[in-house]
Design a protein around this ligand. Structure first.
Ligand SMILES: *Cc1c(COP(=O)(O)O)cnc(C)c1O
Length: 407
């Protein structure tokens, strides 16, 4: 825990970052791990892109407003947060699509190994993508899914690719990326890390751990907006050799030569496929400006402070809830979960009272702590309200059991 002097220094830093967000009155937002809130900069930027650029300049804006450079520009901003050199990250497509691209690329780099190793805490889309790739490749490969605690032991010389999400989306459990990457490399396997719940939440050092491939999400802790493009990283020496499977014109070495033969761009640009979603990229680019004035190490220190406070207050006020995340903050990402048999209804009632978290089946109530805009007083207030919702059974109403399409 930071001492008081640190605490007050952090208060100043995070008061300034909070100012950069639009936050609706009366809402305590503990769901930035699922969809980050909007920054004022994003809102203004989208207005500029639609008005002055798309509106006034039409197609000229690809050059005059730098639209064509946005994937690389956003990639460079994200690179700083994940220990990657400039020019090794690009921001295009969704996380699922980027996983398909790196998995199909990675599997071409291995010989005589047939296993894609993952864990049962992985986000389903990652497992689905692997299943689809295996079908596409005619069943040459198999997906092996083990318990998160058993991953290290399961790395043997049949493993072609170790495909993991660093932070478990349900419990916040954090994998030791350095240790597992080293172990995978020692056995001759390639690593793909999904940083969806890591980027913007805790320090990541892709270069330091010698990670091979990484992907991650633009709309969670990076606050890029609904459907924001994701990002993809390839270790620079690997990127020089890669043969992409999703071959599109913008991943070509010379897109505007309009050659009829595909020749991949060298480096990370080969992960580009089609025309990027400019408005979404612009919103993400602007949202990333907040990182110019804050250090990810401070964000991590503050996130631990906030989540420890939340856990202590919930355990004091809410005896009906069972803690479902790792106890040690060094083994968690920036979210914590509690179980309740009526977790969905409790969360709906809580949202009705202005405290927004979310629910993951079958019984997990999930709360994310994004220090850029969540303050200690928000955490305290949220736990008071949660205590009241439970003590007074405010959740016990039919409308709160009515499942929405998105939970
Ligand atoms: C949120 C999340 C995704 C999202 O994938 P999209 O294709 O962008 O919808 C993927 N993987 C993990 C681990 C996630 O948490």
């Amino acid at each position: 825990m930071p001492d008081l002097a640190d605490g007050s220094a952090l208060d100043g830093i995070f008061a300034a970052t909070r100012e950069q967000f639009y936050l609706p009155d009366g809402v305590i937002y503990l769901d930035g791990n699922s969809l980050g809130p909007m920054t004022h900069a994003s809102r203004e930027r989208v207005a500029t892109e639609t008005g002055a650029h798309w509106g006034e300049q039409l197609i000229k804006a690809w050059n005059t407003a730098g639209w064509i450079d946005l994937p690389a520009q956003v990639g460079d901003r994200i690179a700083k947060l994940i220990g990657a050199p400039a020019g090794t990250v690009t921001s295009v497509d969704s996380t699922s699509v980027n996983l398909f691209k790196v998995l199909t690329a990675a599997l071409q780099l291995v010989e005589e190994r047939t296993v894609i190793l993952s864990d049962s805490g992985n986000f389903p889309t990652d497992l689905y993508v692997a299943q689809g790739v295996i079908r596409l490749l005619g069943g040459e490969f198999e997906l092996r899914v083990v318990e998160p605690e058993g991953v290290a032991e399961a790395i043997d010389d049949s493993v072609a690719v170790l495909m993991l999400t660093q932070v478990d989306y349900r419990t916040g459990r954090l994998h030791d990326m350095a240790r597992l990457t080293e172990r995978a490399h020692a056995s001759g396997a390639i690593t793909i890390w999904d940083l969806a719940h890591s980027v913007g939440a805790l320090p990541v050092d892709l270069t330091g751990v010698r990670a091979d491939f990484a992907i991650g999400c633009g709309y969670k802790y990076l606050n890029g907006g609904p459907g924001a493009p994701s990002f993809v990283y390839i270790r620079p020496d690997l990127a020089e050799e890669l043969q992409p499977v999703l071959c599109g014109w913008l991943g070509h070495a010379e897109p505007f030569a309009f050659d009829s033969e595909y020749r991949p761009a060298r480096g990370i640009d080969c992960m580009c496929v089609g025309t990027p979603p400019v408005l979404s990229l612009a919103a993400l680019d602007a949202a990333l400006e907040v990182w110019d004035s804050v250090d990810i190490a401070d964000v991590r220190a503050r996130s631990i402070e906030l989540s420890e406070l939340f856990i202590a207050e919930v355990e004091a006020r809410c005896p009906d809830l069972d803690f479902a995340s790792p106890r040690n903050p060094d083994s968690r990402g920036s979210q914590v979960s509690f179980r309740h048999p009526e977790g969905y209804a409790v969360m709906q009632a809580l949202i009705g009272q202005g405290v927004i978290g979310d629910f993951r089946t079958p019984d997990l109530m999930r709360f994310g702590f994004a220090p850029l805009y969540v303050r200690p007083e928000d955490v305290r207030r949220a736990t008071e309200i949660l205590g009241t919702v439970l003590a007074e059974r405010l959740w016990d109403r039919p409308e709160f059991r009515q499942k929405n399409k998105v939970t």
